[in-house]
Design a protein around this ligand. Structure first.
Ligand code: NZQ
Ligand code: ZN
Length: 385
C-alpha cells in the first residue's frame, strides 16, 4: 500500500430536505452570493424557488446557462460578475458541469488574467471564494472533490484542473433531486461513477486490499441500483445509493494507497473536446474496448478478480473469468440504454489521430495501468466505432 494523503474538507448534508440547512451553511461565508446553475432544470423541479426563499436575507446574483461540458466563456462571465459585485461565496446548483464551472469562477474572482490560465496551469490558482454545492446529478463526485473540467471549443481542448481550495465548503445531496433526471443522464452518470472506480481499481498497486473492496462495493451498488432508478425514477433507495456512490467514487477514498495515471477519461475528454458528447456515454463506449485491448497475461488476474468479486462469476479459469467480466460490463451499459458505438453518437475515424495525440499529450497515458501510446489509442477508438 502506497503512502497517501486523505484530506476531507466538505461538510456533506445528505438526505431528503437537507436543503433546509442552507442558511446555516451559507451564513459564515458571506451575504453576497453568486448562484450558478444550468439550462433550467432547477427552475422546473422547484429547487430554484426554494433557494430564493431560504436565502431571502442574502444579496443573490445569478449566472445561468452553464452548459454540459462547461465552456470557458461561461467561466469568464462568472468571474467578471464576482469582480463586479464583490461576491463573497458561490452557490453551485446542478451536476458536475455547474459545480466545475463554479470552482474556476470562484478562483477567477481573485485572478487578474484570463480564467483559461487557471485551467491550463493550476499553479496560478490563488485565493478561491468558498463554494457550496447543491447536487442534482449523481456522476462526477465534484461535490466533494478538488477537480474541475472545462472546455475550450475554439482550441478543441477539454482539460482538468485541480486545487484543494476547489473542494466545496459544503455539499447538499438530496436524493429526491435525482427524481427528475432523464434516463439517459441517469445511465450516463452511472457509467461515469463506474469509470471513476475502474480508473482507480485497475492500477499497478496490488496491496491496497481494503481500498479495492470499497471500490468493488461501489461498482456493485451501481449495478444493483441503476436499473431500478431507470424503471422507477422516484425510487428513493436507488437514487440515494447512486448519489452516495458517486460522491465516494471520486473523493480520494478509493485511490488511498494506490497510484498511477488514468486511461478512459483522457481518451473520453478528447471525444468531448472534438464532438461535445455526454461524458458518461463516451466512457461507456470506450471502457469495454479498453479492457479487451489491455487484457494480457499481465492483467488477466486483476480482471478475473473483478469478474468474481463484482459480477459473482464462478469461472475458475482466469481468462474465462476475465472475459466474462468484460462482456458483463459491456452488456450492462447497453441494457441501461447507452449507445455503445462511436458511430451512434456521430463520431467517425476522421479525427482519431488528432484525438489520440492530444490524449497522450494531456492525459499522462504513459503512467496508466497499462501504458498507452498514440497508436494504442487509435486502435481502441477503432474498436469503439
Ligand atoms: O443544465 P440543466 O438544465 O440543469 O440540465 C442538466 C444537463 O443538461 C441535466 N440535469 C442535471 N440535474 C438534473 C438535470 N435534469 C433534470 N433533473 C435533474 N435533477 O443533466 C444534464 C447534464 O448535466 P452535467 O452537469 O453536464 O452532467 P454531469 O454531472 O455528468 O457532469 C459532466 C461534466 O463533469 C465533468 C465532465 O467531463 C463533464 O464536463 N467531470 C468532472 C469531474 C470532476 N469534477 O471531478 C470528473 C469527471 O470525470 C468528469 O470529467
Ligand atoms: Zn468522469
Amino acid at each position: 500500500m502506497n503512502n497517501f494523503t486523505y484530506h476531507v474538507y466538505t461538510d456533506v448534508r445528505f438526505g431528503k430536505d437537507q436543503i433546509n440547512t442552507l442558511p446555516e451553511l451559507m451564513a459564515p461565508l458571506g451575504k453576497k452570493v453568486l448562484l450558478v446553475y444550468g439550462g433550467g432544470s432547477i427552475k422546473r423541479n422547484g429547487i430554484y424557488d426554494k433557494i430564493q426563499k431560504l436565502l431571502s436575507g442574502c444579496e443573490i446574483y445569478e449566472l445561468s446557462g452553464i452548459e454540459p461540458n462547461p465552456k470557458i466563456e461561461s467561466v469568464r462571465a462568472g468571474a467578471a460578475l464576482c469582480k463586479e459585485h464583490g461576491i463573497e461565496a458561490v452557490l453551485a446548483v446542478g451536476g458536475g458541469s455547474v459545480i466545475d464551472a463554479s470552482k474556476v469562477i470562484a478562483a477567477g474572482a481573485n485572478y487578474d488574467g484570463d480564467a483559461w490560465d487557471l485551467v491550463v496551469d493550476n499553479k496560478k490558482i490563488g485565493k478561491v471564494l468558498p463554494i457550496v454545492a447543491i447536487l442534482t446529478l449523481a456522476a462526477t463526485g465534484s461535490e466533494m472533490n478538488k477537480n474541475a473540467v472545462i472546455s475550450n471549443m475554439t482550441t478543441n481542448e477539454k482539460l482538468g484542473t485541480s486545487s484543494h481550495y476547489f473542494k466545496p465548503a459544503a455539499a447538499i445531496c438530496d436524493p429526491t433531486y435525482l427524481f427528475t433526471l432523464p434516463a439517459n443522464q441517469t445511465a450516463a452518470g452511472t457509467a461515469d461513477i463506474m469509470s471513476h472506480v475502474f480508473e482507480q481499481y485497475f492500477q499497478k498497486t496490488e496491496t491496497a486490499y481494503l481500498t479495492d473492496r470499497f471500490a468493488e462495493s461501489i461498482l456493485k451498488t451501481c449495478i444493483k441500483y441503476c436499473p431500478v432508478a431507470l424503471k422507477q425514477p422516484d425510487n428513493y433507495e436507488a437514487r440515494a445509493n447512486l448519489m452516495w456512490a458517486s460522491t465516494q467514487a471520486l473523493n480520494s477514498l478509493i485511490s488511498a494507497g494506490k497510484g498511477g495515471g488514468w486511461t478512459c477519461h483522457p481518451i473520453e475528454h478528447e471525444l468531448s473536446a472534438f464532438y461535445d458528447i455526454t461524458h458518461g456515454v463516451g466512457l461507456a463506449i470506450v471502457t469495454p474496448r479498453w479492457m479487451r485491448y489491455i487484457l494480457s497475461d499481465a492483467t488477466v488476474e486483476k480482471f478475473a478478480e473483478y469478474a468474481r468479486n463484482v459480477w459473482d462469476c464462478k469461472e475458475e479459469d482466469n481468462w474465462k473469468a476475465a472475459n466474462y467480466g468484460i462482456d458483463a460490463t459491456e452488456e450492462f451499459f447497453r441494457d441501461c440504454g447507452i449507445p455503445m458505438k462511436l458511430s451512434e453518437v456521430g463520431i467517425d475515424e476522421s479525427k482519431f489521430v488528432a484525438m489520440a495525440e492530444d490524449a497522450v499529450k494531456f492525459g499522462g497515458l504513459q503512467y496508466a495501468y497499462v501504458a498507452l501510446d498514440k497508436q494504442d489509442v487509435v486502435e481502441i477508438l477503432k474498436m469503439s466505432l
